[in-house]
Write a protein that binds this ligand. Structure first.
Ligand code: HEM
Length: 508
């Protein structure tokens, strides 16, 4: 017993003596009109544990609720080891995102560059970021230029996936939507099909890669965050979080991509021409760009794999959950997709514009993004002293614009916690200041169109083919703060015999 008490006493005394030093290092600067708030009393950890405490993603969570009530929508705190200004204020969030590189820059927690390397867009800043971002935007616009091929690829992937459900009675939907979005993104980047051995290998390595990028955890044993994560991981197929494994996984991923690139180079030389089969995927476009180093090419491939996979998979799962609970919307949606289908001859695929014209589907996606909050917040830091209204933010402080804070703000959205796709019927989303699921400014998500197209096409095939029922009523999207369903969203499915179901079938 004594042996056990000794180290505890030592720890207590160390903390006691070091505390004034920590207070000095993490204390509040004098003569500065800081936003109101408190750093908490724990050195380093501050209030991180309350901030990352898991909660329903369609709620603010206790931390934000309590702080907003006490201090207002802009307040100071101590998060992820830094003095931080947290903002749930729509105007300040826009101010932060619009002043990228002038007053603020991206500042993701250290484990992200450690794992991803220095060539990921999340880590790059200034001109380096601008240059790589330009390349990424070019890739996505090439996807739009080859619209028919893009849509046909996604159609094929979703048809095969849903065919594989034929003899199943239940599904863990998040596993299925992850398979779907992963197969779509590897098809776009590397022209790999779901059954290619390289796809399987990539996915295996990729699974080790996926948690904590948008919101890095502090891994202290026994904390609610780590407990929640552990529960979540033992159940799900994403088991491995340790950074060493992630680094190995990154190595494997770049290795696989490198082998594909070398194979293509050899094929090109043998064929004496620049293209293998006439159509270019993202890797071909990056290779032919000329001005990119090998590290930059691999960095971008990893960025697109990360961005294009989990986020969209979760968005689709949120929609399936919400719509499954709303027979009226489900029935109208089926009718909307059936009407679009009827306008086409035979198997002719729908076009980009056909999807854009589906008004209710657009409203539904917006509402799922608003209420589901796939990305809760983004990480920024003040690069010089910033004055905003009556507040001053010292240089070096972290700043967290909370996107969900704007989406769930009752002064911006009527009845903000209610799922109501129709609220978007008369809104011009592109100019809506109260809606920022893809961030904003110089880091506005470049993959938003792909996420939107994936979601539309998935729904277009799901709606006439299957009816579904969620099996666990309490399995809602959770903010860990990365988004996931606690139980992966188990659903019972039933094939619909009529490919264009009647209203009665649709609501059953
Ligand atoms: C529902 C789906 C998605 C959501 C909610 C989402 C959300 C976001 C947000 C909020 C950011 C801004 C991060 C910041 O400001 O620090 C972002 C950036 C980014 N996203 Fe997405 N995203 C989605 C889908 C995608 C897809 C499909 C891709 C690619 C295939 C993608 C690739 C990226 C990349 C590369 C960045 C970094 C941009 C930069 O730093 O300039 N995202 N995303």
């Amino acid at each position: 017993m004594f042996l056990l008490l000794q180290p505890l006493a030592l720890l207590f005394l160390t903390v006691l003596f070091l505390y004034p030093l920590f207070r000095h290092a993490y204390g509040e600067p004098k003569d500065c009109q800081l936003p109101p708030g408190s750093f908490g009393w724990l050195p380093l950890i501050g209030k991180t544990m309350s901030f990352i405490n898991p909660h329903l993603s369609c709620t603010m969570g206790q931390f934000l609720e309590e702080n907003i009530k006490r201090y207002g929508k802009i307040f100071r705190s101590h998060l992820f080891g830094h003095r931080t200004v947290v903002s749930c204020d729509v105007d300040f969030n826009h101010f932060i995102l619009q002043n990228e590189d002038r007053l603020f820059e991206a500042s993701y927690p250290v484990n992200i560059p450690k794992v991803l390397g220095d060539f990921t867009m999340l880590v790059m800043t200034g001109d380096a970021h601008k240059r790589i971002r330009g390349v990424a935007l070019g890739l996505f616009s090439s996807m739009k230029t080859h619209e028919a091929a893009t849509i046909s690829d996604i159609d094929n992937i979703v048809v095969r996936l849903m065919d594989s459900w034929k003899n199943k009675k239940t599904l863990v939907l998040c596993d299925e939507t992850r398979k779907f979005t992963f197969n779509v993104i590897v098809k776009h980047i590397l022209s790999l099909s779901p059954e290619d051995p390289e796809t399987v290998l990539l996915l295996d390595n990729y699974k080790t890669f996926m948690k904590g990028f948008v919101s890095a955890p502090i891994n202290l044993p026994g904390t609610p965050f780590v407990k929640a994560q552990r529960e979540h991981e033992t159940r799900s197929w994403i088991r491995c979080l340790r950074s060493i494994l992630r680094r190995q996984a990154k190595f494997q991923i770049t290795n696989i991509v490198g082998k594909i690139r070398d194979r293509r180079r050899r094929q090109r030389i043998a064929a004496g021409g620049p293209e293998v089969d006439g159509r270019k995927d993202f890797l071909d476009l990056l290779e032919s760009h000329g001005g990119l180093t090998e590290d930059e090419i691999f960095g971008l491939v990893i960025d697109l794999l990360i961005g294009g996979y989990e986020t969209t998979a979760m968005l689709i799962a949120i929609i399936v959950k919400f719509v499954g609970n709303d027979p009226e919307i489900l029935s109208e949606l089926r009718a909307e997709h059936a009407a679009a289908r009827k306008k086409k001859a035979g198997d002719e695929p729908l076009k980009w514009q056909d999807y854009k014209d589906m008004r209710l589907t657009q409203c539904l996606i917006n509402e799922a993004l608003r209420l589901g909050n796939v990305v809760k917040f983004v990480h920024r830091k003040a690069i010089k002293p910033v004055r905003y209204k009556e507040f001053e933010i010292p240089a070096g402080w972290k700043v967290l614009p909370i996107l969900s804070g704007v989406h769930l703000d009752g002064s911006l959205h009527n009845d903000p916690f209610r799922f109501d796709p129709r609220r978007w019927q008369n809104e011009e989303v592109e100019s809506a200041r109260n809606f920022m699921p893809f961030g904003g400014g110089k880091r506005l998500c470049p993959g938003s169109d792909l996420a939107w197209l994936d979601t539309c096409i998935f729904l277009h095939h799901l709606l006439p083919k299957y009816s579904w029922k969620t099996q666990e009523e309490d399995d809602w999207p959770m903010s860990f703060p990365f988004l996931d369903f606690k139980k992966g969203l188990k659903i019972a499915i039933q094939p619909l015999s009529d490919p264009c179901p009647s209203q009665e079938q649709a609501t059953s």
